[in-house]
Design a protein around this ligand. Structure first.
Ligand SMILES: Cc1cc2nc3c(=O)[nH]c(=O)nc-3n(C[C@H](O)[C@H](O)[C@H](O)COP(=O)(O)OP(=O)(O)OC[C@H]3O[C@@H](n4cnc5c(N)ncnc54)[C@H](O)[C@@H]3O)c2cc1C
Ligand code: FES
Length: 268
C-alpha cells in the first residue's frame, strides 16, 4: 500500500488548451511522484478558503507529475490561472490503481474508453504499461473537434476518435464508436478500462460490456470532501446488499464495473 502524504507541489509548467477549456499542469512533487500509480489521484488546495479538489494523475516522471484540469467551476478556473512557481498544498497519492486489478490476467487487448476529461488515468496507464507488450486500443470521445486535446503516447496506439457533432472522426458518442468497431467481432480475453461521466459509463456497461461479456474496470468520479475515507461524502451505490455503498476516494476510484449499481442516481 502506498503512503499518502500531506505535502506541497510546485507548478513548474502550465499549458492552456483554450478551445477545450482544459489546462495541463506539471507539478514538482519530490518523493511523491515515484510512489504514484496509474489510476490514482491527488487532492489540491487551490485557495485557503476552498476544499481540496481531486484530479487524476496523467503522468509521472522523476519528481514531476502532470494533471489535466477541465474548467467547470470556480475551483478549476482559479487553478487554471495559477502561475508557474505557485506552491499548492496537496494530499497524494490517493486511492487504488488499475494495475493492482489486472496485472495477473495478461489480456490479449486492453480497450480504453475515455469520455471528455476521462483520459488522464488511461493515458498514465498506457504510458506506464507499454513495456508489458499489451495491445492498446484507445477510444476518445468529445462533443466537438475543438474539445480534443492532442495526447502524447510513448508508442504507437490504435486510436479512435468520436465527436457528437461529427466535426472530427466518427459522428456519435464514444460508446457508439466502440460498439461499431467491435460489431460482429468475437472479443476474447480483452479488458476494458474506462473513465468518463456516470451516464457514459452506464451506457458503456449496458451496451458494450454486458453484450460482449467483458471484464471492465472503471475510474469513477463523485464529489469529494476529505479524500481519505472519513466523511463518506463520495460514496457510490453497489449492487451488493451486504456492502451497499463504497467510498470512491478510499475503495476506488477504480472499480470492477460489475459491482456498481448503474441504476442509481450518482449526484445526490
Ligand atoms: C477521483 C477523481 C478524479 C478526477 N480527475 C479529474 C481530472 O483528471 N481532471 C478534471 O478536470 N477533473 C477531474 N475530476 C473532477 C474535478 O475534481 C471537478 O471537476 C472539480 O473538483 C470541480 O471543481 P470546481 O470548483 O471547478 O467546480 P464546482 O463549482 O464544484 O462544480 C462545477 C460543476 O462540476 C460538477 N462537479 C464538480 N465536482 C465533480 C466531480 N468530482 N465529479 C463530477 N462532477 C463534478 C458539479 O456538479 C457542477 O456541475 C476528478 C474527480 C474525482 C473524484
Ligand atoms: S471524500 Fe470523504 S470519504 Fe471519500
Amino acid at each position: 500500500m502506498n503512503k499518502t502524504a500531506f505535502t506541497t507541489a510546485t507548478i513548474t509548467d502550465r499549458k492552456l488548451y483554450k478551445n477545450a477549456g482544459i489546462c495541463r499542469l506539471i507539478l514538482s512533487f519530490p518523493g511523491i511522484s515515484k510512489l504514484a500509480k496509474p489510476g490514482q489521484f491527488i487532492m489540491l488546495k487551490v485557495t485557503e478558503d476552498d476544499f481540496m479538489l481531486p484530479f487524476s494523475i496523467a503522468s509521472c516522471r522523476g519528481s514531476l507529475m502532470s494533471i489535466y484540469v477541465k474548467i467547470v467551476g470556480e475551483g478549476t478556473r482559479k487553478l487554471s490561472r495559477l502561475k508557474v512557481d505557485t506552491e499548492l498544498q496537496c494530499l497524494a497519492p490517493l486511492g487504488n490503481d488499475f494495475g493492482s486489478m489486472i496485472y495477473s490476467k495478461k489480456p490479449s487487448e486492453i480497450i480504453m474508453v475515455s469520455g471528455g476529461i476521462g483520459f488522464p488515468p488511461l493515458l498514465s496507464f498506457m504510458n506506464k504499461n507499454f513495456k508489458h507488450g499489451y495491445k492498446f486500443s484507445f477510444f476518445y470521445g468529445v462533443r466537438k473537434n475543438t474539445d480534443l486535446v492532442e495526447l502524447k503516447f510513448k508508442r504507437e496506439v490504435d486510436k479512435y476518435i468520436a465527436s457528437e457533432d461529427g466535426s472530427i472522426g466518427y459522428k456519435g458518442t464514444v460508446i457508439d464508436l466502440t460498439k461499431s468497431r467491435y460489431k460482429d467481432t468475437k472479443i476474447e480475453n480483452a479488458i476494458v478500462l474506462a473513465c468518463g461521466n456516470f451516464k457514459m459509463l452506464k451506457a458503456l456497461y449496458n451496451e458494450f460490456i454486458k453484450v460482449h461479456a467483458l471484464q471492465c474496470f472503471v475510474s469513477m468520479e463523485t464529489r469529494m470532501a476529505c479524500g481519505m475515507g472519513v466523511c463518506q461524502g463520495c460514496v457510490i451505490k453497489t449492487n451488493n446488499e451486504k456492502i451497499p455503498y463504497l467510498r470512491v476516494c478510499k475503495d476506488g476510484p477504480v472499480f470492477n464495473a460489475d459491482i456498481i449499481d448503474w441504476d442509481c442516481n450518482p449526484m445526490r
